[in-house]
Write a protein that binds this ligand. Structure first.
Ligand SMILES: Cc1cc2nc3c(=O)[nH]c(=O)nc-3n(C[C@H](O)[C@H](O)[C@H](O)COP(=O)(O)O)c2cc1C
Length: 403
């Protein structure tokens, strides 16, 4: 591939496959090169000839095509792309990818991929809602894949519901953001990111914890790495995969997180996204506490405030300190007060009240609060929030003449 930005577009066998043709044209207008893989079912909806005429490249369909596999085509195809887009993504291909099945070229390339993957599902509303599909999507999200969820509306099958593939404009916007040239933008910058919950022990087998999944903090660490920063991620216990390229420091308690953060200083940027426990048990029991038939009470003491501590550092204060505020009411007002109380530069405020599904969810809806007020961001994926924050950090450091 000679284009400077390239995507590998996998077209699977959904009724929306014809929309891939327009997508290729629009990507071409933006000087984004497209290499296509078409599944066998996909070729019942669009022909390899149409895809190849529009992309200007050979279209790959067969895992065992001799000429392509002599050079391990399924590995090469993903290595040459900056991003893999699956549009439309069928329920079938989503299921295969979620379960590590590689029984054709498309699924094998997804299994061998070392690049970000964006799935753009399209299917009948019942297929979309099916617990198996939702399970598979959740699994892929956990494995680091990204999604553009389908829209509501009339479906090709004559039914109405959620299942229409995202519009071409929505796909282009996400692709642009994912393949924009980021490397090197933060090349001289060091960053500390905290993520996940802390666990405060009660006794050797019990702890006080919280629902933080670490998805947002890990995505921020990953985005800053992608922009070229030297990132240390201090993380509490999570199920998130380690962001490639970041130095990982694992901790359990708030006290350990504080020590690990202070060891990282000085850094240029600190993003404190961890949900640090506010309290710990004053006297942790050395042996497992037995039931005694009576109500039990514990004395709690406040943990040191990591965000406030870092913001108040004299010599070692990072140039930019970003905190998070998980609020269940009066989100902007509380987060604005929190920014002032902590002395940090920005607060990312999110509403974690019941029903918002922020904890552990794929999407986030946040406000960025700085000295001048609150900026509302649309509901986007946590990965997109991370990308937007990284861009904002680039422009802030530029205006500070740090870059
Ligand atoms: C007319 C027709 C339309 C279809 N549309 C869709 C669709 O929109 N989404 C989907 O997930 N499956 C759809 N299917 C089912 C897939 O084509 C089928 O699951 C196939 O095995 C997918 O293979 P692939 O994932 O390898 O492309 C459709 C099937 C037919 C016959």
């Amino acid at each position: 591939m000679t284009d400077s930005r390239n995507i590998l577009l996998i077209v699977s066998g959904g009724i929306a496959a014809y929309k891939a043709l327009d997508l290729i044209r629009r990507l071409d207008e933006r000087q984004i090169g497209v290499q296509c893989i078409l599944t066998a079912a996909g070729s019942k909806f669009v022909t390899p000839l149409s895809l190849s005429a529009l992309s200007g490249k050979k279209v790959y369909t067969d895992l065992f095509s001799l000429t392509d596999e002599q050079e391990m085509g399924h590995i090469r195809l993903s290595r040459e792309a900056d991003l893999i887009v699956v549009a439309p993504a069928t329920a079938n291909l989503i299921a295969k990818a979620a379960n590590g099945i590689g029984d054709d070229l498309a699924s094998t390339v997804l299994l061998a991929a070392d690049k970000p993957v964006l799935f753009v599902p399209s299917m009948n509303a019942r297929m979309w809602q099916h617990p198996a599909t939702q399970r598979n999507l959740a699994q892929l999200g956990q494995d680091g894949a990204q999604f553009l969820p389908p829209n509501d509306g009339d479906l090709a099958c004559g039914e109405i519901g959620t299942g229409r593939m995202a519009e071409t404009g929505q796909i282009l916007e996400r692709v642009e953001s994912l393949v924009s040239h980021k490397e090197g933008m933060l090349g001289s910058v060091t960053a500390l990111v905290t993520s996940g919950p802390t666990y405060e022990p009660i006794d050797p087998v019990r702890y006080i914890g919280n629902h933080s999944s670490g998805k947002q903090g890990h995505a921020i660490a990953q985005a800053l790495v992608q922009y070229g920063a030297k990132v240390t991620l201090v993380t509490g216990p999570t199920h998130e995969p380690d962001p490639p390229g970041a130095t990982i420091v694992r901790i359990t308690t708030a006290k350990e997180m504080m020590e690990a953060c202070l060891n990282c200083l000085p850094v240029d940027v600190a993003v404190c996204a961890a949900a640090v426990g506010d309290w710990r048990i004053e006297a942790t029991a050395e042996k497992k506490i037995k039931r005694g038939g009576n109500a039990k009470t514990f004395d709690l003491v406040e943990n040191a405030d990591i965000l406030k501590h870092i913001s108040a550092e004299n010599q070692n204060r990072p140039e930019l300190v970003v905190g998070f505020a998980a609020e269940t009411e009066n989100v902007i007002e509380n987060a604005t007060n929190k920014r002032a109380a902590k002395g940090c530069d920005w607060i990312i405020a999110n509403d974690v009240s019941n029903g918002t599904k922020v904890f552990g969810g794929i999407d986030n809806k946040v406000h960025l609060i700085d000295h001048s007020g609150a900026e509302e961001w649309p509901q986007i994926s946590k990965i997109a929030v991370a990308d937007r924050l990284a861009k904002k950090i680039v422009s802030q450091l530029k205006s500070n003449k740090r870059l």
